[in-house]
Design a protein around this ligand. Structure first.
Ligand code: ASP
Length: 373
């Protein structure tokens, strides 16, 4: 779907905002002015944040307010999402844009290309200070990591979402959106890579994963924890991302994606899946191994055969936290495998696709990419 763009200036309201360690201009006060009216000097002083909507539960509605699981995702437009959060007017000038209206379970590679290119185009402009993306929770961590590796700007990019549809009692979307814009408007968020603001916490795109099917604290960064927090207009970072990202990667977003798929190792698994993928001509396979990336003997043999046919194999874990040790649960050097470290299988697939698209070949060079990013 083509991106629709509209300019919506939300002028500063006549309220003082709690002092912020980061939110530029959040303390500005001015008389409220209509969204379409002339911009006040204070409104001009506020950071200009593009809000790109892609759908998800945050834009979902159900027939009744008590229903938080049976609803249609991605049906509420970006203007209505913003109208539900009047307090945004004291935080930023918002430029809304509807990029897509999907349930993020249906995220597609072509839409990733569209989204990443749009984010890069917006951030290249002097008229935009940061970007917020509303997204479904299901594949949010994958999109966030993709952008973390392909956005070419130090300006903030913050993804947010909701676990409850917009029609629900105690919907979590409006506060998550306000907090995401607050983080994107914050000077402290510059250079931190792509961020996820959810349930008052700020996570790095590299670390964050969805860990609950229903709870409003669905996003966690296992092992390392959140980067910081956002509350009542205040933004605080408590640690920094150490691995290179955004402007410090060689990855650029393109229209062509190498075919990389994921297989899982489990009790009684056969090699049928791996053999079918190789026959289909995939360039890479990420295996979600048990424990520390251990692989059932039948699948491990199939993967070794795949390597001998030129397929790249990345060994990750299905466990959900911790890292996979190279030459630990499998002899990676002998088998020609790459190990994913702490990346889960879905993020490992993102990195492998980007590394292959950037011309990476062979397990030694590709392992360097996994060790670096
Ligand atoms: N299925 C929804 C989506 O990912 C779930 C959500 O947003 O919470 O779009």
């Amino acid at each position: 779907m083509a991106a629709r763009s509209a300019s919506l200036t939300i002028a500063a309201m006549n309220t003082s905002t709690p002092s912020s360690s980061g939110a530029q201009g959040a303390g500005s006060a001015a008389a409220a002015s209509p969204a379409s009216g002339p911009q006040s000097a204070a409104a001009h002083a506020l950071p200009r944040i593009a809000v790109l909507a892609t759908g998800g539960t945050i834009a979902g509605t159900a027939a009744d307010a008590a229903n938080t699981s049976g609803y249609q995702a991605g049906v509420v437009g970006v203007e209505r999402l913003l109208e539900a959060v009047p307090a945004l007017s004291s935080v930023a000038q918002i430029q809304p844009e509807q990029i897509a209206s999907i349930d993020s379970k249906d995220m597609a590679l072509a839409l990733w290309t569209t989204l990443a290119q749009r984010v890069n185009a917006l951030l290249a402009s002097d008229d935009i200070d940061g970007v917020v993306i509303t997204h479904g929770t299901d594949t949010l961590e994958e999109t966030a990591y993709l952008l973390h590796l392909t956005v070419k700007s130090i300006k903030p990019v913050v993804l947010t979402a909701a676990m409850r549809p917009s029609s629900a009692l105690s919907a979590d979307g409006p506060l998550n959106l306000l907090n995401a814009v607050t983080v994107a408007a914050s000077q402290a968020a510059h250079g931190q890579g792509v961020l996820v603001a959810f349930n008052n916490r700020i996570h790095s795109a590299r670390d964050v994963v969805k860990t609950s099917t229903y709870a409003v604290d669905a996003f966690q960064s296992p092992e390392v924890g959140a980067l910081g927090w956002v509350q009542d207009g205040r933004v605080e970072f408590q640690r920094k991302v150490v691995r290179p990202h955004t402007v410090d990667t060689e990855f650029v977003i393109g229209a062509k994606w190498p075919n990389v798929e994921i297989v899982v190792s489990y009790a009684g698994v056969s090699r049928i899946g791996v053999d079918a993928l190789v026959a289909a001509g995939v360039r890479g396979i990420v295996v979600a191994g048990t424990g520390n990336g251990s692989i059932h003997a039948s699948v491990q043999q199939a993967l070794a055969d795949a390597v001998s046919q030129g397929v790249v194999v990345v060994r990750s874990s299905r466990v959900g936290s911790g890292h996979v040790m190279r030459n630990g649960a499998a002899s990676d050097d002998a088998l020609g495998f790459v190990t994913a470290g702490a990346l889960n299988p879905y993020k490992a697939r993102v990195l492998l696709m980007l590394a292959l698209a950037a011309g990476g070949t062979g397990p030694v060079a590709l392992q360097k990419a996994f060790d670096k990013y």
